[in-house]
Design a protein around this ligand. Structure first.
Ligand code: PEP
Ligand code: MN
Length: 358
């Protein structure tokens, strides 16, 4: 569990939040933004080196509180976006650093930073890039590995789409799930604060992350969020954080413990998936035949009116079957895109054969 303010703003603020977090056994690392990468200029851009000095100054006090509570040593991390930031983080004894979303998006910057991180012994947290491209995320992790940084943790902070449906960033859980599949050895934390952009959804997002087997959470925590200089809408007080954490349930994601009933239901799911795939293959074959007819009749592959009617009908049927509109729409958009692709390919192959005959 990583917690702490979006930005380190003053010695008092850092002392207050760190001492409160020291009393929470679940929290093992304090986060604080020291250099703030603002999307647009003109906002608060962090206190820089003075903030690192505040962290160094309060460590001893936090250590005593931690010892009284019997907790383990508290670790500290900040964001780095330039090589000088890495040098300063090392100089002031930080334990970890994170690469922010806008940094992960830029392989040149990641390359420079990882070279600066070589041999420092810092733990590196890598946030996903703002776009849902799992390869950028993996690329930044791989660049860490290449310079010998082995302690790397991924942080899922959601994706900046044009529309994010009530949240600041879209979680697109399938992206971190794909990262887990491709890099099973990398622990993944969820940052529900930046996904949510406000306090209310943080608990539910945290629970989803735990249910998906994420190893931990990074949550912005501020002694008085309403006065925060950055991200004031989404930060929790330490008391709110403690209450939220006490409501979370950690469930096993280890299928070895699955019982007999679960095994049987999984068999059912496997069979249903097989059927779904057979039906999709059959649908594709019909699409190939349709392509030939369309070519003969000189009809375009994409027929907007027909597509509109199909989508309408499938969404209505889906609703009758108790499926969510969004789910059915997403699936049929994907199926239709594939059908268009198959038809284009079929017509393309036919045209090539005709050319060869000539
Ligand atoms: C942050 O953690 O404060 C931050 C700037 O996040 P991100 O890089 O995910 O936008
Ligand atoms: Mn923030």
């Amino acid at each position: 569990m990583v917690a702490g303010p979006c930005s380190a703003e003053s010695r008092e603020q850092m002392e207050s939040v760190c001492v409160a977090l020291a009393r929470m056994p679940q929290v093992s690392m304090v986060r604080c933004g020291v250099w703030k990468p603002r999307t647009r200029p003109g906002g608060f851009e962090g206190c820089g080196e003075s903030a690192l000095q505040w962290v160094a100054d309060i460590r001893q006090q936090v250590k005593s509180v931690r010892n009284e509570c019997g907790g383990e040593r508290m670790l500290y991390c900040c964001e780095v976006a330039r090589t000088e930031h890495v040098e300063q983080a090392v100089r002031y004894g930080m334990d970890a650093v994170w690469l922010g979303a806008r940094t992960t998006a830029n392989p040149f910057m990641v390359q420079e930073l990882t070279e600066a991180l070589r041999g420092t012994g810092l733990l590196v947290l890598v946030k996903n890039a703002p776009s849902p491209d799992v390869r950028l995320w993996m690329g930044a992790i791989e660049r860490c590995h290449r310079v010998g940084v082995r302690d790397v943790v991924a942080v899922h902070r959601g994706f900046d789409l044009f529309r994010n449906e009530g949240l600041r960033n879209s979680p697109l859980w399938e992206v971190p799930i794909e990262l887990r599949r491709q890099m099973p050895e990398i622990p993944i934390l969820c940052d529900p604060s930046h996904i949510a952009g406000r306090r209310e959804p943080i608990a539910a997002l945290s629970q989803t992350a735990l249910d998906l087997g994420f190893e931990g959470l990074m949550i912005e925590t501020h002694p008085s969020p309403e006065r925060a200089l950055t991200d004031c809408e989404q930060q929790l007080t330490p008391a709110q954080l403690a209450e939220m954490l006490s409501g979370l349930v950690v469930r096993s994601t280890d299928s070895v413990v699955a019982d007999e009933e679960l095994r049987l239901m999984r068999e059912q799911i496997d069979q249903i998936d097989g059927e779904v795939l057979r039906l999709l293959a059959a649908r594709s074959k019909v699409a190939e035949r349709i392509a030939r007819v369309k070519r003969e009749g000189n009809l375009a592959v994409f027929q907007p009116k027909r597509w509109d009617a199909v989508l309408h009908d499938r969404m209505e049927q889906g609703q009758e079957q108790g499926l969510s509109e969004e789910f059915v729409k997403g699936i049929f958009e994907r199926i239709h895109a594939e059908s268009v692709r198959v038809q284009e390919e079929t017509i393309g192959q036919h045209d090539v054969k005709e050319e060869q005959k000539k």
